[in-house]
Structures are given as structure tokens and as C-alpha cells.
Design a binder for this molecule. Structure first.
Ligand SMILES: *Cc1c(COP(=O)(O)O)cnc(C)c1O
Ligand SMILES: [Zn+2]
Length: 453
């Protein structure tokens, strides 16, 4: 039996569409599409054989199977020929024991899945390799594609620009002016993308890119394009693989446009379907309080039967948050997130600016180096742990979505004490002059003061 996949409407409309068709929404109901695979083909191979295959390929040289995404090619995008895969060796990221930070929360089994330790510094690489490879295959098959375009809060444009440049396919990125970090802006510039800076927010950029990609020769790379979900779902497979094929109890992930939480839920679901695992962990989607439409929906459902539905959804205007990549008030993948929560008995948390900044600072002081979005997830963990929802002996993974080095302005401001709110543990360099004796005396004094604290 051969591996195959097609787009289907998530609302259940009949019909399916080839994965290389330029289509982003259901033609009948305008709902979101998702990629569905021929699961019978997966089941023709035993779970033990799949585990062995994935382990044999993992982080090895054979192109493209050493990639964390393409090592699972039959589950991700079997349609693309190996020759057309555009891979920058994404995935295979560190699942790090957060020993000291975990102990501070009274936990012994806490890991951070460092998805930001990746070519462009965020998990967006995982989805973008699938999308750009699919476009490369379309071009090889004769399609007329002038460019791939996206709206972005920073990391999507960085990933698209890198993969587009690696493939030699032109890229257009639409960014909200002054709302992304310097590191995020410089990546598309360096990779030669056409960068448009718009006087609006992410949601405004999203409206423009949808208009732009009405032209079928400009291919849309936002997460409304469900090819990206197929790459990002490998986060779930990789977590289980790195835990020697055991399922954690909880997985926490920051959510903005809500593509990633949906993708991770799909990854666990696929593993259940293929018989690799017996159950999914419970997912927690963690939002910034300044941009929390899913949290609000979750709260309103709590006052009822607890099950979030589309009726609970009210788009909002997101306010400025340090977690700039999740400053989204009208998340495109909201309907998918509703399903993800239902399938995984999921929860939603929110974090204030001060909570996310202090969670990052606490984690960093134990050797981590987190971005503000990961801080939102850590703050969620701290709250669920304090309330006892997450037990001390639970096996927990926090998905870190970007590299801390992409967000140094945030960290500098925290430690300089120049954020709008006060910083609890700022740490700034001590000016000690140049006289060796004075420097040494100053350092001894500082060490003594530190010990007293
Ligand atoms: C894109 C992004 C998110 C949010 O992911 P969604 O799929 O939009 O929910 C979180 N953190 C970082 C660093 C991101 O780049
Ligand atoms: Zn439909």
C-alpha cells in the first residue's frame, strides 16, 4: 500500500484536494483545511518497525532522513520526491532535563523541548521545510510560482526567508513596523527576501497577505496553510522518541495563532492512530494575558460544561506584550485549537507581563535561556503546579518555541530594570575600574553580598 495524503475540510464537508493544489480554505464552507493521511498504509507497518525506522534515521547523514521532520517523511509529506526536499537539518532538538528549575517547583521529571535551537532560531523551521519542499515539488512539476509570501510576527518570516533562499524561490514577507525584534528583522533582510514593513499589527498584515495571495502564483505560507502543521506535528513524535517511546503526562506550549498547539495534538493523535502510543498527554496552551482569546473562551466554557466551542470565540485586539510572537487577537487556527483541546483533555492558561518575565528570569538563573513566549508556558506550568493540577511526580515537557538569543532586548531591559513593571532579580555588570587590587576587593565584596542573599 502506498503512502498518500490530501487536504480535507476540518468541518467535515465532503471532498478532498491534492496537497500540491493551491487551496487554503474549504470551497464549500470557507473553513480550514487539514492534511489527512492514508492511515491504513501506516498500519501496514508494525509500531515496533516504525520506532526502529525512526530511530535508525534520527540525526544521521542520509538526506533528507536525518532531519527530525523528514525522518518521518511517510507521516509528513510522502508526496515530495527526496530530490525536491528543501531541508536545513531541522528538528532533532534538545529535550533538556530542567533539573534545577524543576526542583524549585517540586518536580523531578521536567524537560524543556528546545525547538528554538534550530537553523533560524524557532520551531517555525519544522513547518516551513514541508511547505517550501511542497512548492519546490510543484515547480518541478511545472507550476508557475512567482513567490511565497507570509505575514509574520517575526519567526515565520525568518524561516520562510531561509528556506526560500535555500531553494532559490523568491520570498515576500509582510511585517508590522516596530513590533518585531532586531534579530527577527535582520534574518529576512540577510536572506534576500522582499521585506514590506506595514503600519499595522500582525492581524492587519494577515489581511493584506490574504489579499496578495488571491493571485495563485503567489503562494501563501501562513499557518492557515496546513502543510506547516504536518512538519510541526513531528515535535510530538520527537518528544516521545526522545523519552524512549514513553508518553509524558503533560505538554505545555505557548499559543498565538494556535497552529502549533493544533500540530502537536495532531502528532500525538497520529501516533495513537498508528499504534505507537496508547494515549495522548494532556496539552496546555499558554497565552499572554494581553492576547488571550483562547483563554477567554476557555474561561467562558468553564462556567458551563468546560468544553470550549466556537461559540465561545470572540476575536479581540491584542495589546502589546513582551511575548511579541504571540501578540495575536484573531487566531486563524482557533477551530483547530478547539479540537486539540477536546482531543487531549487540554487546558488553557494565561500569564501577565510580570509573570512571564519573572518565569524567564527564574528559569534563566538555573541555566536556561528562554524567550518570552517560553516564559508564558513556564508561567503556566508554575501556576498549574502551585494549584496542584500538575502533580509533583508528573512527567512534564514544556515546548520552548524560540531561542532566547532572538529576544535579547527583552532580557536586557529586564536586567536593566527598564520594563514597564519592576524586575525582581535584575543583574547588571558592576563597574569596578581597572586597578587589579580594587577589582579583586570589589569581587570579594560582591560574592559576600551574594551569599548573604
Ligand atoms: C509562532 C510562535 C509562537 C506561536 O505559535 P502559534 O502556532 O502561532 O500558536 C510561539 N512562540 C514563538 C517564538 C513563535 O515564533
Ligand atoms: Zn467545509
Amino acid at each position: 500500500m502506498s503512502y498518500s495524503a490530501a487536504f480535507h475540510c476540518i468541518e467535515g464537508c465532503p471532498g478532498s484536494y491534492p496537497v500540491d493544489q493551491v487551496i487554503y480554505r474549504c470551497p464549500s464552507c470557507d473553513g480550514l483545511l487539514e492534511v489527512r493521511h492514508e492511515v491504513a498504509a501506516w498500519r501496514a507497518t508494525s509500531p515496533a518497525r516504525w520506532r526502529a525506522t525512526f530511530d535508525e534515521r534520527y540525526m544521521r547523514t542520509r538526506f533528507p532522513y536525518g532531519s527530525g521532520v523528514w525522518g518521518k517523511k511517510e507521516w509528513v509529506q510522502p508526496h515530495v520526491d527526496d530530490d525536491n526536499v528543501v531541508s536545513l537539518m531541522e528538528g532533532g532538538t534538545n529535550l533538556m532535563w530542567a533539573t534545577r528549575y524543576g526542583r524549585q517547583l517540586g518536580m523531578e521529571r521536567l524537560w524543556i523541548k528546545h525547538c528554538g535551537t534550530s537553523h533560524t532560531g524557532s520551531f517555525k523551521d519544522l513547518g516551513m521545510t514541508v511547505l517550501v519542499s511542497t512548492v519546490a515539488q510543484m515547480i518541478a512539476d511545472g507550476a508557475d510560482v512567482r513567490a511565497i509570501a507570509c505575514a509574520s510576527t517575526g519567526d515565520t518570516s525568518a524561516a520562510l526567508s531561509a528556506y526560500g533562499a535555500a531553494a532559490g524561490i523568491p520570498v515576500v514577507v509582510l511585517l508590522p513596523a516596530d513590533k518585531i525584534s532586531a534579530a527577527q528583522l535582520v534574518q529576512p533582510m540577510a536572506n534576500g527576501a522582499l521585506v514590506a514593513s506595514l503600519d499595522t499589527d500582525f492581524d492587519g498584515c494577515m489581511r493584506v497577505v490574504q489579499r496578495l495571495t488571491e493571485d495563485p502564483t503567489v503562494y501563501l505560507a501562513n499557518s492557515m496553510n496546513s502543510l506547516r502543521v504536518e512538519g510541526q506535528k513531528t515535535i510530538a513524535v520527537e518528544i516521545v522518541q526522545q523519552l524512549d517511546w514513553e508518553v509524558p503526562d503533560w505538554v505545555l506550549v505557548p499559543g498565538g495563532n494556535l497552529g502549533n498547539v493544533s500540530a502537536i495534538a495532531k502528532g500525538f493523535h497520529d501516533m495513537v492512530e498508528a499504534g505507537l502510543i496508547a494515549r495522548s498527554p494532556r496539552l496546555v496552551c499558554c497565552q499572554a494575558a494581553k492576547a488571550n482569546p483562547l483563554f477567554r473562551a476557555f474561561e467562558s466554557a468553564q462556567s458551563r460544561d468546560g468544553v470550549v466551542t466556537m461559540a465561545d470565540y470572540a476575536p479581540m485586539v491584542a495589546e502589546t506584550t513582551l511575548a511579541s510572537a504571540i501578540q495575536i487577537g484573531a487566531p486563524v487556527s482557533f477551530p483547530k485549537a478547539v479540537k486539540a483541546l477536546a482531543r487531549t483533555d487540554g487546558l488553557v492558561t494565561e500569564a501577565t507581563e510580570s509573570e512571564l518575565a519573572e518565569a524567564v528570569a527564574r528559569a534563566d538563573r538555573t541555566g536556561l535561556f528562554c524567550c518570552p513566549h517560553t516564559g508564558v508556558a513556564l508561567a503556566g506550568l508554575e501556576k498549574l503546579r502551585a494549584s496542584g493540577v500538575i502533580a509533583a511526580d508528573a512527567k512534564v515537557v514544556v515546548v520552548s518555541t524560540a531561542h532566547g538569543l532572538k529576544f535579547t532586548e527583552f532580557k536586557s531591559r529586564y536586567h536593566a530594570g527598564t520594563l514597564p513593571q519592576a524586575s525582581q532579580t535584575p543583574n547588571v555588570p558592576i563597574p569596578l575600574g581597572a586597578d587589579p587590587e580594587a577589582v579583586v576587593r570589589g569581587l570579594h565584596d560582591a560574592l559576600d553580598r551574594q551569599r548573604e542573599r
